[in-house]
Design a protein around this ligand. Structure first.
Ligand code: ASP
Length: 333
């Protein structure tokens, strides 16, 4: 057998994002332009792995769609079925946490699926794309990464899809897992896990893809018009990024009561960290009132990820287990 075939195979799929962006001419701004194989050039893969590259999309991550992500999932599954020991995706950081969580809900294998990106484009001094990509491949290759679902590797840290968030628009250390902390760190090119893998319950791939879940953020003295129209506009679920521990105004609370009799409603916290409450506040619009009106509280899950969870469950006709799923997720931490 030749040497290349003896090395473990890592499948790499490029989706675009800053990691791949260059400017056509000075002053024009960067746009996705580097293909998968170009992104691998210059990495110190040596004898580590045989990495096969494909360009799956060339998009800023804000424009990725559910349909494209299901295609990416099918591609990644095929790579595993054809013998890849790990799958790595690069994409924009703007929706990295959402894509990671979405894929994690649906990833059925022990084989690691690792996502990465970059805060600086390839032409900027100190571009972090190559280091992040190299680290992502190293994590995907490690036996200890098996059974951990979808991981985000960036800035020499490994984050769980469920907890990771982009908390800074431009900083190099833009990603954090808040109170949960990273799952692991890259130390001299090797991943050191700080936590044991958690039990996972992947969901089936949604049969329906055209349904919609609305996400609305509570804000001071906001009117109720958008909220009031959610049911009439064809949405099948609603997530509210509520104040503090999962609260809304009393006007919004009245609407929540009506909407929750039509569709699943999740109330999360808009604060960016911490859990929603369940039994602390009794005022109209507080979490006790909202739960009485039929809403479910998100716990630690951020509003954006609540929307993805609800979308996937609705798409496979499993919205009945939403409460159970949220509870299980929060119980595991
Ligand atoms: N700023 C983004 C990034 O870091 C752009 C994107 O998400 O595509 O990649």
């Amino acid at each position: 057998m030749n040497d290349a075939l003896k090395r473990p195979r890592i499948a790499f799929g490029a989706l675009g994002g800053t990691v791949s962006m260059q400017a056509k001419a000075s002053g024009q701004g960067v746009m996705p332009s580097m293909k998968g194989d170009a992104l691998l050039e210059g990495l110190a893969l040596g004898e580590l792995a045989q990495v096969t590259a494909e360009t799956l999309q060339m998009l800023p991550s804000a424009s990725l769609t559910f349909i494209q992500l299901i295609e990416v999932l099918q591609w990644a599954r095929l790579q595993v079925e054809q013998g890849a020991q790990g799958v790595v995706l690069s994409q924009g950081t703007d929706t990295l946490e959402e894509v990671a969580y979405f894929l994690d809900l649906l990833w059925p294998y022990e084989v690691p699926l690792v996502l990465t990106g970059a805060m600086r484009s390839p032409g900027q001094p100190g571009a972090d794309g190559p280091a992040n990509l190299q680290a992502a491949i190293q994590v995907a290759l490690a036996a200890e990464s098996r059974g951990r679902g979808v991981l985000v590797v960036i800035n020499d840290q490994v984050h769980a899809a469920e907890h990771v968030r982009k908390v800074d628009s431009l900083a190099m250390d833009a990603f954090t897992s808040s109170y949960f902390g990273p799952e692991g760190l890259l130390v001299e090119g090797h991943v050191r896990y700080l936590k044991l893998p958690k039990s996972r319950s992947p969901l089936p791939v949604p049969q329906r893809l055209d349904h919609r879940v609305a996400l609305l953020e509570a804000s001071l003295a906001a009117d109720i018009q958008l909220l009031d129209e959610v049911t009439g506009l064809g949405y099948e679920g609603l997530v509210i990024a509520g104040f503090g521990a999962g609260h809304v105004s009393r006007e919004w609370a009245r609407c929540v009561g009506q909407i929750a009799s039509w569709m699943p409603v999740i109330v999360a916290s808009r604060t960016g960290a911490g859990s929603t409450a369940t039994c602390s506040y009794g005022f109209n619009g507080g979490e006790m009132d909202l739960q009485r009106k039929g809403a479910l509280m998100a716990g630690f899950l951020c509003p954006r990820k609540c929307r993805l969870l609800l979308w996937v469950l609705l798409g496979c006709g499993m919205e009945g287990i939403l409460g159970q799923r949220l509870a299980a997720q929060n119980a595991q931490g």
